[in-house]
Design a protein around this ligand. Sequence first.
Ligand code: MRU
Length: 350
Amino acid sequence: MIKTLEWTDAGVRFIDQTKLPTEEVYVTCATYQEVADAIFTMIVRGAPAIGVAAAMGVALGVRDAKADSVQELRPQFEKICEILAATRPTAVNLFWAIRRMKEKFESVAGQPVDSIKQALIKEAQQMYLEDIAACEAMGRNGAMLLPRSGGVLTHCNAGALATCGYGTALGVIRSAVASGSKINIYADETRPFLQGSRLTAWELNQDGIPTTVIADNMAAAMMKQGKIGAVIVGADRIAANGDVANKIGTYSVAIMAKEHGIPFYVAAPWSTIDLATPDGDHIPIEQRSATEMTHFSGKQITPTGIRVENPAFDVTPHKYVTAIITERGVAKPSYSESLQQLSRNEPVPA
Ligand code: MRU
């Protein structure tokens, strides 16, 4: 399995996703500041992966903090959490992970400093394992929703590279293929960062899953030609009413799917569900650097000084979403009810 990120004694090790697919390079972040930088610059990206990366960043910062007592450690811990939380605003997994590390800190705050450090390292490693298990469970829960043959469209990268392994949307695809489905995948290239053409295509290719890259503006034509039987994407944050924040362009894919009568599925771990946010209008959308738009591979592709907008995510209203696949089960409309049921670990009626 692709090692997206990994805890090592030397620090947190990442496959550098800015270099894929032409170079398979690994970087080790030896400090929590380097981990924060890796999240900000998208060496590591994808909501579940950045959540666990942040948890490992917290563990790394605390491990290396100079403190003889919890009183000395606490302000350093809080600063580490603050810096990691400031990296990217949309994926709620980041805040979920930091909150979980804070809860762990409080639960062991009465113990010696060394035990606190060990407990936080263990918690981050546990989150890593849980993320892989959640992806595998999503795969099992969602595989039968996909068609048994034909084309399936995905947008951005919601694969092993966006998680600790296996993937959310791509996990469902992997699971469907493992159970005998003869599907072929259309990967939207996903301008401007090209997560689809660089990352999704790379990892599906490694697995031998038939994959075709299309430019984002080709999807409607493919749907009209009957080449796409289902859409499946990941998510960065899902509000209580089922509105889905995901990579910019997801909203237009969902509208196109609806117009063509194609089911639109979202696969996400429970750490992506944000029941405290009522709807998509309340989800903060990250604006990234204009150079991602104005330059390609270091080469300027727009007129000097032109104004650009570069929102990294959009919100797909819940009315376009056929089902939300989680490790706890599959939520269907009405999401205000089904997500609450899953939050209580109650079964959702099929
Ligand atoms: O900006 P990115 O590459 O971090 O955005 C990633 C996405 O939008 C993914 O689709 C989402 O995080 C789901 S990943 C399982």
